[in-house]
Each structure stands twice: as structure tokens, then as C-alpha cells.
Design a protein around this ligand. Structure first.
Ligand code: 1GP
Length: 249
């Protein structure tokens, strides 16, 4: 009997801390010999979970996640670009459907290919409606998925997508501007969506300062994802600043 725990843990984080903090690791940028140290630092800095993934993967995911896992008690959650980005060394997977797009492969195709392996690996699937918002530049996820992001000034289009995710039984909604986006998801969109749904809201992409993270939490984000900026200036201090800004909302 599998005992899944990550979604329950994430719900408790929202209750206890107001909002949670995910650090995203791009396996392409993660040197295997540094992985254990990195996951220890992320935990010490106060993050709530480690996401691992990206749009494109050319490296071997197994040893990276195995090594990350050794030195942390935080859940390691896969954030896959497609059905090949799987490893049994993680705890859970954001089982995403790219619902802002109309590409059947990312709505259901990759999910069907991944499902048997997720089961074999005993990964906890967290069904997530993944919504791409224009971040001011072309991002890898836009190119790789062959989908258009929703325009930044159209919360009235984003809202029904998020609501449809909830009505389809998904457990989370992820508003994504894309890794390295010039502009994060507008707080007006976050607050609009927050009013529509009753499931947790993840916001990520292009969040470069703790102040921006803080504003997004105030607008309604339940989880904030920080990736690129920590790779660029990944000091523990910087990670802690984000923790303070996010978890104290
Ligand atoms: C990307 O939302 C995540 O999917 C994180 O984005 O790397 O821009 O922080 P950044």
C-alpha cells in the first residue's frame, strides 16, 4: 500500500505559513558533485520543497535526484518537460496538463506515456493545471510545447482555465511566465484567479526579487517558485530573503 504524503504536506504548509516556497533546480545546470550540498543549503534556507525539472533535459536525471535526496528531508517534486523526465528517486511529480495550450500532446499525450512509469516508480502524482502566461519574451516552454501563452492583460481568459482545472479534479493550478521570463505573472492575474478557485495556486517564472515574490503572495499565490535567479546569485542569504518574503506574506 503506497502512502503518499507530499500533497498533504503542501496543504499543511499553506495553513502553517500562509504561503510556501519552492526552489527549482534545473538538472542541466546542476553538477552532480554539488547536488547534496545544494539540497542541504536549500533546506537550511527555509524552502518548503525542491522542484527538479525544465523544458529540455539532456542529462541523466537519476543520479542527480538521488544525490539531491540524500541530504534533505524536503520533498523532491519532479517538474517535467515531458514523459521522459522521470526518476524513482523523487517523492512526487507535478502531473501537469498544459491547459492554456491546445496541443493534445501536452494536454494528455505525454501524461499517458508517463503514467505507467510513475506507477512503477511509486511517485506521488499531483494533478496540476499548468497555465502559461505571456512573460514578455519567448520562453523555452512556449517553444518546446508549441503553444501560445495567454496575454498578460487577459485575466478573464486565465480565470476560466483555472476554474476548469479545478472542475476537472486537478489539485493545483500553476501560473507560469516561463523560466527566465522578462516579466513575472502580473499580480492582477494572480488575484483574479485566486478569487475563482479553491485549490492551491502556484506562481513562477521571472521572479527576481523577494519584493516581487512578496507582492505575488499578497495577491494570492499559495506557492512561489524561484529558479534562475538563485542559479545566477545562489547564495544562502538570497535564498533566505526569498523565504522570509514568501512565508510571511
Ligand atoms: C519556471 O517557474 C519556474 O518554470 C521558475 O522560473 O527560473 O524564472 O525563476 P525562473
Amino acid at each position: 500500500m503506497l502512502s503518499f504524503w507530499v500533497l498533504k504536506y503542501l496543504r499543511e504548509i499553506i495553513e502553517k505559513k500562509n504561503a510556501g516556497y519552492f526552489v527549482l533546480i534545473d538538472p542541466e545546470e546542476c553538477k552532480i558533485e554539488k547536488c547534496s550540498k545544494i539540497s542541504r543549503e536549500i533546506e537550511n534556507a527555509g524552502a518548503d520543497a525542491i522542484l527538479v525539472g525544465g523544458s529540455l533535459l539532456t542529462c541523466d536525471l537519476h543520479p542527480i535526484v538521488e544525490s539531491l535526496k540524500k541530504e534533505t528531508t524536503l520533498p523532491i517534486i519532479l517538474f517535467p518537460g515531458d514523459s521522459t523526465h522521470l526518476t524513482p528517486h523523487a517523492d512526487a511529480i507535478l502531473f501537469m496538463s498544459l491547459i492554456s495550450g491546445r496541443n493534445p500532446n501536452y494536454l494528455i499525450g505525454e501524461q499517458v506515456k508517463a503514467a505507467p512509469l510513475i506507477r512503477r516508480y511509486s511517485l506521488e502524482p499531483i494533478p496540476t493545471g499548468y497555465i502559461l502566461i505571456d512573460g514578455g519574451n519567448r520562453t523555452a516552454v512556449e517553444f518546446m510545447s508549441g503553444t501560445f501563452p495567454i496575454p498578460r492583460d487577459k485575466p478573464d481568459i486565465v480565470g476560466p482555465h483555472a476554474l476548469a482545472a479545478e472542475y476537472l479534479g486537478m489539485k493545483m493550478v500553476y501560473l507560469e511566465a516561463g523560466s527566465g521570463a522578462d516579466l513575472p505573472v502580473p499580480k492582477q492575474i494572480v488575484s483574479y484567479v485566486k478569487k475563482q478557485i479553491n485549490i492551491p495556486l502556484i506562481v513562477g517564472g521571472g521572479i527576481r526579487t523577494p519584493e516581487i515574490a512578496h507582492k505575488l503572495v499578497n495577491a494570492g499565490a499559495d506557492f512561489v517558485v524561484i529558479g534562475n535567479i538563485l542559479e545566477e546569485c545562489g547564495s544562502t542569504e538570497k535564498m533566505k530573503e526569498f523565504a522570509n518574503a514568501i512565508q510571511k506574506g
